[in-house]
Design a protein around this ligand. Structure first.
Ligand SMILES: [Zn+2]
Length: 416
């Protein structure tokens, strides 16, 4: 095995080991508090809900640990078996190395690699989520979702791949910059078009009916100068009892979307608090800031890829002949996760800071944190969220602070 290949295998194993260790650490922390509700949470959560959340957390972790080892084994098998160079050989021999054929090569590999995950996804939905009463998806909806997803990837993903490979031909050594620009434009376009063209393929959206809730939310939007075209109700209950709220679109096309499950679970003042939190994200410009950051990140990624694609050793190490950038792209896509994983604590730290800011905003416009705290408690209860994660685990994975952390911050701010 060459040095580079050994290094890649080492990094893959290191990431897997780190993730398994994080699971172990977190499960120990959950188990240590499993028998009784911790004092700090006694007023926050019912005993029954708490015990069930412990069970749910441990069950999810069991599946996740299996998933980690399974995916790592597949990735190693794919890299070490010589399968990738073989598929590449078949494609280039039969269909040449045009952008169309090479995009198809990447596409087929991507598809083949997504297949082993299917049974696990199915199990998560119809066994695990089912057991805890979350699943409302039927077999038909689940399979239709997969088919629609595949059709969309063929139409959008394949065309984008062809375009990027054509750019490599046209732009020469500066291709990485143009490919990045095309991807950026594509992402912005999708942010505008997805709510209109794609989301309706999966869910039904209906305007929130006239009434006190609609009036209350519109008044909140007006008070906070948040201009939205409409408030829509989404049939999230078609798939799951988990609930959410978000807004889509830009500028004049902005829409507020509430899951029907959310409207069902929360009383009006708490729904108002959830929306105030979402408006907080908007007012603090969290979304453009995140977009800018991810654009800078992907620019760096494309540049690094363009450098690697010029190195013969990069190809040789994984059994390819140098020369076709497509194989460098494939290897880069398969391996970038072993590096980016280590940055996730930083990203999540940043994301949790934004959550605190949005919470503070909501408490300010609603003259106090009571409604938001009530809403957060109810959402935690409904989702059986883990209330006692290990701090290293939540540091790595949590995009939102825990319930207790959020309450503490809200109460602290309102006491000042
Ligand atoms: Zn948020």
């Amino acid at each position: 095995m060459s040095l580079v290949l050994s290094l890649a295998v080492g990094l893959i194993l290191l990431k897997c080991a780190a993730q398994l260790w994080l699971e172990w650490l977190n499960n120990s922390s959950v188990r240590a508090h499993a028998a009784e509700v911790p004092d700090a949470l006694k007023e926050v959560v019912y005993r029954g809900t708490y015990l069930r959340s412990v069970e749910y957390t441990l069950a999810k972790s069991r599946l996740h640990r299996f998933e980690l080892m399974y995916e790592t084994a597949i990735l190693l098998l794919v890299l070490l078996s010589g399968w990738l160079p073989w598929v590449y050989h078949v494609f280039s021999k039969h269909w040449g190395d045009s952008a169309w054929s090479m995009a198809a090569f990447l596409f087929v590999i991507g598809l083949a690699l997504s297949l082993p995950g299917l049974p696990l996804d199915w199990y998560a939905q119809f066994r695990l989520e089912e057991r805890f009463g979350f699943n409302t998806t039927t077999q038909k909806v689940w399979w239709l979702d997969r088919v629609k997803g595949l059709a969309l990837t063929i139409v959008l993903g394949y065309s984008l791949l062809v375009l990027i490979l054509k750019l490599v031909e046209w732009a020469g050594s500066s291709w990485w910059f143009w490919a990045w620009a095309v991807l950026l434009v594509f992402q912005l376009l999708m942010a505008v078009l997805a709510p209109v063209l794609i989301l309706p393929l999966f869910n039904k959206f209906t305007p929130l009916p006239e009434g006190s809730l609609r009036e209350r939310l519109l008044k909140l939007a007006e008070r906070t100068r948040f201009h939205a075209q409409s408030i829509q109700l989404m049939d999230g209950s078609k798939r799951s009892r988990h609930s959410n709220a978000f807004f889509t679109g830009f500028g004049r096309f902005r829409k507020i979307v509430l899951f029907d499950t959310l409207v069902h679970d929360l009383p009006e003042p708490e729904l108002e608090a959830v929306l105030a939190h979402e408006i907080g994200h908007f007012k603090k410009r969290h979304i453009p800031k995140m977009l800018l950051f991810s654009a800078v990140g992907s620019l760096a990624g494309f540049y690094l890829l363009s450098v690697l694609a010029k190195q013969d050793w990069f190809y040789h190490s994984f059994g390819f002949e140098p020369g076709n950038i497509v194989t460098a792209m494939l290897l880069f896509a398969l391996l970038s996760g072993v590096v980016t994983f280590w940055f996730s604590p930083l990203l999540h730290l940043w994301s949790r800071r934004y959550e605190y800011q949005a919470d503070a905003f909501a408490a300010r416009v609603l003259n106090g944190p009571a409604a938001l705290i009530a809403a957060l408690r109810k959402l935690n209860e409904k989702n059986l969220s883990n209330l006692t994660p290990h701090s290293v685990y939540s540091g790595f994975y949590y995009s939102h602070p825990t319930l207790l952390e959020r309450e503490k911050a809200l109460n602290h701010a309102s006491a000042e």
